[in-house]
Design a protein around this ligand. Structure first.
Ligand SMILES: [Zn+2]
Length: 197
């Protein structure tokens, strides 16, 4: 079968981790995996702990940005993000129940601790979580760019500390922080005079 990713190589029977049956491209090194083979492999695995951000693991990967066609059915495969901290995506074909991993992506899945959780990756809840996490990360980066890394880390400490206080004290402390003259401000008076229920 011809490789639909590089359109040059051929898919040859092969294995990942010696037991996961797949077909590997002779040119780009991508792997085509049938769901049934993945499930067989999964049965032999003990659940992994998710170890996101494993330090010091460099993986030689490529990522095909363009839409990929299933080598078997010719249908356009759907892309699923792996985690929020990588742009790598797995391509999935619903018709043939098979997936495409670019070169190195299997190792990446293992490093991220999600090689045995592909069924989760294909779920809409998981993909939604990734979108939310990505939004959170990019907003945090905007904040850091705006106020600087040192200010941001101080601010985070203050925030954690504030959230450890009772609601009543928190309001008082926040107003103390932001008011120009806290002890002469009406808003502070209101909080200070508030009688406990
Ligand atoms: Zn190829």
């Amino acid at each position: 079968m011809q490789c639909t990713s590089c359109n040059t190589g051929h898919l040859k029977p092969s294995t990942l981790d010696t037991t996961l049956t797949c077909q590997t491209c002779s040119n780009c090194g991508g792997n085509w995996i049938k769901l049934e083979d993945y499930i067989e492999w999964l049965k032999t695995q003990t659940p992994q702990q998710a170890v996101v951000d494993e330090i010091g693991v460099e993986v030689d990967t490529v990522e095909s940005a363009q839409a990929l066609l299933c080598p078997e059915t010719g249908a356009i495969m759907t892309k699923f993000r792996i985690t929020s901290d990588t742009d790598h995506k797995i391509d999935w074909c619903n018709k043939s129940s098979s997936m495409w991993l670019d070169k190195g992506e299997w190792q990446l899945l293992k490093n991220k601790g999600v090689a045995d959780k592909l069924n989760q990756i294909f779920s809409s809840e998981y993909q939604q979580e990734i979108i939310e996490q990505t939004t959170r990360n990019s907003r945090e980066m905007m904040m850091i760019n705006k106020i600087g890394e040192e200010n941001y880390s101080r601010l985070k400490l203050v925030r954690t500390w504030l959230h450890e206080q009772s609601d009543e004290n928190k309001a008082l402390m926040v107003s103390f922080l932001v008011m120009r003259d806290p002890f002469m401000d009406k808003a502070t008076d209101k909080i200070m005079d508030k009688k406990p229920d």
